[in-house]
Design a protein around this ligand. Structure first.
Ligand code: ADP
Length: 163
């Protein structure tokens, strides 16, 4: 059984993330999308909300499950009996940070491999940060996120503007 962990903030999940998840299912028997607690990043959505949005997005993919984790990623990888970590690479700008992270994780546990996947070209400009910004400014994000994520963004932003 080959298992891969796809870790991230997923604040919120976008079609770019889904593209990486779908590609990973072709290579692994099981894909665990692991939502990081990451409180220091000041997420728009709570951990529970981010996890719910991922769970809903992957429910049609039988080999994919959603989970959350805190602490060291390599420890989580071992605890789930996974062999690898998958990360998405959109552009050169992702490379330096991802390279550093992968090598640090290898230092911490050399049994864990990191693999990178490139999304479909139309998703290379897509990030959770940009989706939140467009939604905040009243733009249409329906091409960038699943419908339930769009709905969640709208209700969050209404609450924000009323506050
Ligand atoms: P993190 O805070 O860990 O970077 P993100 O949720 O922003 O969490 O991203 C998780 C992973 O998904 C990262 O490897 C990131 O590069 C990748 N990713 C994010 N958006 C896209 C996209 N549009 N296409 C491909 N990979 C993406």
């Amino acid at each position: 059984m080959r298992t891969v962990i796809y870790p991230g903030s997923f604040d919120p999940l976008t079609n770019g993330h889904l593209d990486v998840i779908q590609r990973a299912t072709k290579l692994f028997d099981r894909v665990i999308v692991a939502v990081a607690k990451n409180e220091s990043k000041n997420p728009l959505f709570t951990l529970e909300e981010r996890l719910d949005l991922v769970t809903e997005a992957v429910k049609h993919l039988p080999s994919v499950e959603a989970d959350s984790f805190g602490g060291l990623l390599v420890d989580y990888v071992e605890s789930r009996s996974a062999q690898a970590i998958v990360r998405g690479l959109r552009a050169i700008s992702d490379f330096e940070f991802e390279f550093q992270l992968a090598l640090m994780n290898r230092k911490l546990n050399e049994r864990v491999e990191t693999i990178f996947m490139m999304p479909k070209d139309t998703y290379t400009f897509l990030s959770s940060r940009i989706v939140k910004e467009i939604a905040r400014l009243g733009g249409d994000v329906s091409a960038f996120v699943p419908a339930h994520v769009q709905k969640a963004l709208m209700s969050h932003l209404v609450v924000e503007s009323e506050a």
